[in-house]
Design a protein around this ligand. Structure first.
Ligand SMILES: [Zn+2]
Length: 393
């Protein structure tokens, strides 16, 4: 579908320009952007619901239009962006710069470009006698562990009407993505006992116990590497330690050490089992040794973030439809995570497909190719035709 009833690129440009002008780095409030989107939708006669965080400083936006009843398609994206701190930008980060058939700016590809296309598509959807509803779900705090969307999903679960399908517009170069790994990130805090290093046996060396835990974690990678799923890259689950802190001086037995670790796991792999093995080793083997010297010594684990894997059946009708809407049969998995597994757990079949590439996401001089935005608009136009003619699901 092209021409009269399509999406005007000038609208996408104008909306993206506006969206990029809000600094929605995850640590900042996203409310100015959310208010802008709400006002824009209200101007078109679409009411939105805002779901705030506890402090009232951030919000998810949830909107629905079209006929009453269950079913329909949700278009979803996160409004936050990663920081520009320490990055060397040649273009301004928080405004749109057009150069070389690209739009530059933080979030242009991840993922305000998609949101701009969706917003520009709303008048087109409203002009049609849709047979199924359309939902918009825009979240906060995705980049810090898919935190914000959880209250939106609770809201969705409690709503009388639910979408059947969800498209998350994370940058996939407009290829239909049916899966990604899940992730669990944990912090481990090892509390030992300090003393002068000349009397080391009287202390409990927190760094050395942390090192044993890290070694144990590494050893758990071995069995994980034998469970293969070639659809993913790498085709097995991985673990790693990424940050460690501890110690003050070489002549002091360190009383504290903490490290952050993560697991990226395939659908069907039990991430909890791996971490339970580590926790059993900490509690059953290491802590008794530590406490024999200092009863107050301990090892504690804290959750940093987690999201489930996504795996939608490639043979499903949804996957086939999305391939038609996006005009691509290049079904893929991606290495990065999304909110998709959370929507899927809530009973909404979810796939990922959006403009731009994650090769440009999170980097200085982030950009999205104008052609990619046009491709995304074609997907939305094709979806609109389908919603107009299909019999529902
Ligand atoms: Zn993203």
């Amino acid at each position: 579908m092209t021409g009269e009833a399509g999406i005007a690129h000038a609208d996408v440009h104008e909306l993206l320009s506006k969206l990029l002008s809000f600094d929605t780095t995850s640590r900042e409030s996203n409310l100015a952007l959310i208010q802008f989107v709400r006002d824009y939708l209200q101007g078109l006669g679409v009411e939105s619901e805002l779901i705030f965080n506890e402090e009232g400083s951030k919000a998810n936006l949830y909107a629905r239009f079209g006929p009453a009843g269950d079913g329909g398609v949700m278009l979803s994206g996160h409004t936050d962006v990663v920081p520009v701190d320490g990055q060397n930008w040649t273009f301004p980060a928080f405004e749109l710069t057009e150069h070389d058939q690209r739009y530059y700016g933080r979030g242009s590809t991840d993922m305000k470009g998609f949101i701009a296309c969706v917003l520009a598509a709303v008048p087109m959807f409203l002009n049609k006698e849709l047979r199924m509803p359309v939902y918009l779900a825009f979240s906060y705090d995705e980049e810090v562990g898919c935190l914000g969307v959880r209250s939106l999903i609770d809201h969705l679960k409690a709503s009388p009407e639910k979408p059947a399908l969800c498209i998350i517009g994370e940058p996939t170069s407009m290829k239909p993505v049916y899966g990604h790994k899940g992730k669990v990130a944990l912090r481990c805090k090892v509390h030992g006992k300090a003393c002068h290093s000349a009397y080391a046996p009287e202390g409990v060396n927190a760094i050395e116990y942390a090192a044993q835990l890290i070694g144990k974690l590494s050893s758990l990678a071995e069995p994980l590497s034998k469970q293969l799923d070639e659809r993913f890259d790498p085709p097995y689950s991985t673990v790693q330690t990424g940050v460690i802190k501890g110690g003050a001086a070489l002549n002091i037995v360190p009383e504290f050490c903490q490290f952050d670790m993560e697991m990226r796991y395939l659908p069907g792999v039990d991430a909890a089992a791996t971490f339970n093995t580590l926790a059993d080793y900490a509690k059953g083997t290491l802590e008794p040794k530590m406490q024999a010297v200092a009863p107050e010594a301990s090892i504690q684990f804290e959750s940093i973030s987690a999201y489930p894997p996504l795996l939608t059946d490639q043979q499903s009708e949804f996957a086939q439809w999305l391939g038609q809407w996006a005009e691509s049969q290049s079904y893929q998995t991606v290495a990065f995570g999304t909110e998709g597994g959370l929507f899927d757990e809530a009973g909404v079949a979810t796939m990922v497909c959006g403009p731009g590439s994650m090769d440009q996401g999170h980097k200085p001089d982030e950009y999205v190719e104008i052609d990619q935005l046009k491709h995304c608009c074609r997907m939305l136009e094709n979806l609109c035709s389908w919603l107009d003619t299909s019999d529902g699901l």
